[in-house]
Design a protein around this ligand. Sequence first.
Ligand code: F6P
Length: 327
Amino acid sequence: MKTEIKKIGVFTSGGDAPGMNAAIRAVVRTALYHKVEVVGIMKGFEGMISGEFMDMDMHSVANTIHRGGTILKTSRCPEFKTPEGRKKAYDNLKAAHIDALIAIGGDGTFVGVDIFGKEYKMPIMGIPGTIDNDLYGTDFTIGYDTAINTVVNAVDKIRDTAESHDRLFIVEVMGRDNGLIALRSAIGVGADSVLIPDSKRDFDFLIKRLEMGRRYKSSKIIMVGEDEEDGGFGMRIGEMVREKFPNYDTRVSVLGHLQRGGKPTCMDRVLASRLGVSSVEQLLKGRKGEMLGLVHGNVAYTPFAAAVKHIEDINDSMLKIVEILSL
Ligand code: F6P
């Protein structure tokens, strides 16, 4: 493989996601396979700014494919949004002879590397790692499959209580403003309804659903996406349902950060491994400024600026499936 790149820096940034370690492992081993040095940058942009680097070898990533979280640690770093912060980061990378970067993260990460790559002419490729699945240019992000399986397992347990006590449960899940965790897991758990902050199905629609179903079914599961703006969406829906249907014994369960942890599923490990290998090989072939993804089973490339645009709407047919199957 012909390349000018001698040393690659890899880092994770933003919220951790199960499968990030599998991606780091794939990047490290592929770089070493192609006789390119690789350095781990600790805590994302924060470690780039403070110069916290770690040489990686075959053994640094041994026994990591099955572990959740990220061995390189991660952070959300406001300082990288400033030109001064990015200058410090560049000076540190230069001093460590790092020629190129592989960023594993979500939309905040790719907004940052897009600016940085152009500002300092640094070749960078991105790997989508976030439980939210909110990036354009990949069917799935690393961590999403594990997160929805975690949600499904949790809600299966909640259903035991819902059925035993004849209760209505509002279950709030993560996913920022896009609601894709709520939507897919709603189908997976056989929810009675789903409410997503930006969806066309509003509270009145939920009321109609509850009025239709209440005569013959005493326990209910309503999946609710989080409202990133001011939080507490599940609680607010819970209050409204209690007011409108005082006869239902209503409870709200907010699943929170348990959705981000745990062993990655096989699907996330394979996705991370495929994108990790390709990210290095494509960087060495001269690609830059793009996020890798899997589209219809094949590796695809999307410029960072397009990947973070959130162009895809909530899939109406998925909402319809929840409606039909909850009759
Ligand atoms: O982006 C992943 C995510 O878990 C979102 O679903 C959630 O809104 C956010 O991160 C929470 O971030 P933090 O862990 O920084 O509170």
